[in-house]
Design a protein around this ligand. Structure first.
Ligand SMILES: [Zn+2]
Ligand SMILES: [Zn+2]
Length: 150
């Protein structure tokens, strides 16, 4: 089998780092680095035909729908995604988000995309305070009629 240099080629999650050797069938094996940080040796033909596209984490992630998606710069409600923060115990990506109120909070990507989390938590607080203000407003309008205000 002819050697096709795969170094620095990217196959989905895998970036080929270097040639690792040949397997028993004479197929070139490549040391690849996965987006998740794992390294794995993969046969060149499996890379090229698309059967191996991650260290194995991709399949896991597909199942749990926690596929890494580039979220940096995305805005979800009051949150702007700043950077990748890490992963939780299940391997789901957590993003560091900047809230409009100034707080920073790490939030699960799935929660962002599902719209479950739109602020650092202050939004809920603010919503309840808006309610209170509205009620106060009603009281104010009622009393202002009495004093002939607009
Ligand atoms: Zn991986
Ligand atoms: Zn906030």
């Amino acid at each position: 089998m002819k050697l096709k240099d795969e170094t620095r080629n990217v196959y989905d999650y895998l970036t080929v780092l270097s040639l690792s050797g040949k397997n028993k069938r004479g197929i070139y094996m490549w040391l690849c680095e996965c987006d998740c940080g794992n390294q794995k040796i993969v046969a060149g033909n499996l890379l090229r035909n698309g059967s191996t596209r991650s260290c194995g984490c991709l399949r896991k992630q597909r199942i749990t729908e926690t596929l890494k998606k580039e979220e940096v710069g995305n805005v979800y409600g009051d949150l702007t995604v700043l950077s990748l923060f890490g992963k939780n115990a299940l391997g789901a990506y957590i993003w560091l988000c900047q809230c409009k109120c100034g707080n920073q909070k790490p939030i699960l990507g799935t929660n962002l995309r599902a719209g479950n989390t739109k602020s650092c938590g202050c939004l809920r607080k603010r919503k309840s305070s808006v309610k209170v203000k509205k009620q106060e407003g009603i009281i104010y309008i009622k009393s202002s009629k009495v004093v002939k205000k607009k």
